[in-house]
Design a binder for this molecule. Structure first.
Ligand SMILES: [Zn+2]
Length: 199
């Protein structure tokens, strides 16, 4: 489709696909693809670890949806799917085996809270949840542990490649963060978690 300078993807080029086990790991593939394309989102110039830098900013600037005692929830700048969230420890450690018991408990408890938040905010039909441990396994930021929580909707596979390339994603991210943050604050106590811990 020729529309001058604006590229519009043809949905017919992204036919529906069956979900397979392989798709569980595609979020990282998309991050990798975007990083190596001309259309990649602007990367921060600082070399500081993004998961250490994020909580130092305001919730809005850092795209933080929730702050717990040991872990926090942050929007993925390079989402595979709308509403892609990550649970990270504040501590800069790479492996889930590096977490102590209190961190590990909140890390997983926050993951279940995130699922419940998504249920209320956007009613997904399913989720991809997982951790890539080490660069060889596809971790974009291997040095700082993060658990992906990716909501899925029936039939989403055919339009996600288009959504991931649109320029409107940053606006969606901000709106999504605000909607998540409200639900996190409201629901955290049901999970025995603090609603908002300032560090
Ligand atoms: Zn870090």
């Amino acid at each position: 489709m020729d529309t001058g300078d604006v590229r519009i993807d043809n949905p017919a080029e992204f036919p529906p696909q069956e979900d397979t086990v392989e798709r569980l790991w595609t979020p990282q593939r998309m991050t990798y693809v975007l990083r190596n394309s001309e259309n990649r989102p602007t990367q921060p110039k600082t070399k500081e670890c993004p998961f250490c830098a994020g909580p130092k900013k305001s919730d809005e600037d850092g795209l933080i949806a929730w702050r717990g005692t040991f872990v926090f929830a942050i929007m993925n700048l390079y989402p595979y799917n709308v509403g892609h969230l990550m649970i990270c420890p504040y501590r800069h450690v790479g492996m889930i085996t590096d977490l102590d018991d209190a961190e590990l408990f909140e890390f997983e408890k926050a993951t279940t809270l995130a699922m419940t938040v998504m249920k209320e905010v956007s009613h997904p039909d399913g989720w991809n949840i997982g951790i890539n441990q080490g660069e060889v396994a596809g971790a974009g930021v291997a040095a700082h542990l993060h658990q992906h929580v990716v909501p899925r909707w029936n039939g989403d596979a055919n339009f996600m490649p288009i959504v991931a390339q649109t320029r409107t994603m940053p606006i969606l991210l901000g709106d999504q963060r605000a909607a998540y943050a409200e639900a996190f604050q409201r629901l955290a106590a049901d999970f025995g978690l603090p609603s908002d811990v300032q560090h």
